[in-house]
Design a protein around this ligand. Structure first.
Ligand SMILES: CC(C)(COP(=O)(O)OP(=O)(O)OC[C@H]1O[C@@H](n2cnc3c(N)ncnc32)[C@H](O)[C@@H]1OP(=O)(O)O)[C@@H](O)C(=O)NCCC(=O)NCCS
Length: 171
């Protein structure tokens, strides 16, 4: 998979059992912190717990870390993260975020393509998510992927208080 921006190669992998969940939690936190306007909504500890939960599905998009470019093999920097959970035939999206410097390169789109391949293998029937009514980039992403608006949750979010749109993708 070729990633043209800065001629780096994008790798997308599912994060399963990891030898060092603390290091992975810190990397996921850094990517989220670099992607959300107000910084990561989750603390490192929250990523750490999610990494260890059996029903978690985590995909990470990485590029070679420029700072370490000469090391062999090059160290990877996580620039996109998709976190979901699975219960029977349903998947709930918890977070999708792309590092500000890498947005609009179809990284979130590709993370979702990997999730969908996973979902088809697991016979998942529906993917659900909530999104802030003002989050136009995310709503645009979900609509591009075929998600449909199926409901609203009043004052679902805090800081600032805002309604959520509930979206569903039927597989
Ligand atoms: C939402 C977000 C994950 C999109 O990531 P991205 O990698 O830049 O998105 P992609 O390049 O894969 O875009 C895929 C599609 O999404 C839509 N989209 C992405 N960014 C958009 C924007 N700024 N405005 C409108 N639509 C947008 C477009 O339809 C796009 O298709 P296109 O490439 O044909 O234009 C990213 O903007 C982000 O990290 N936002 C902050 C975190 C967040 O709010 N996450 C959602 C709630 S957890």
């Amino acid at each position: 998979m070729t990633f043209n921006k800065q001629n780096n190669q994008l790798t997308i992998q599912q994060i399963n059992q990891t030898d060092n969940p603390q290091v992975m939690a810190e990397q996921l936190f850094k990517a989220a912190d670099a992607g959300f306007k107000k910084g990561s909504p989750w603390a490192i500890e929250h990523f750490f717990q999610t990494l260890q939960a059996k029903n978690s599905i985590i995909f990470a998009a990485s590029v070679p870390d420029k700072k370490e470019f000469k090391s062999k093999p090059a160290l990877q920097k996580i620039v996109g993260v998709l976190i979901a959970s699975i219960a029977a035939t349903e998947v709930d999206i918890y977070m999708v975020v792309v590092d500000e410097a890498y947005k609009k390169n179809r990284i979130a789109y590709q993370l979702f393509q990997h999730l969908m391949t996973y979902c088809k293998k697991k016979n998942v029937e529906n993917i659900f998510l909530e999104v802030r009514v003002s989050n136009h980039p995310a709503i645009g992403l979900y609509e591009t992927l075929g998600f449909q608006r199926v409901g609203e949750r009043k004052a679902y979010y805090s800081s600032p208080i805002e309604d959520a749109i509930v979206m569903q993708l039927k597989l």
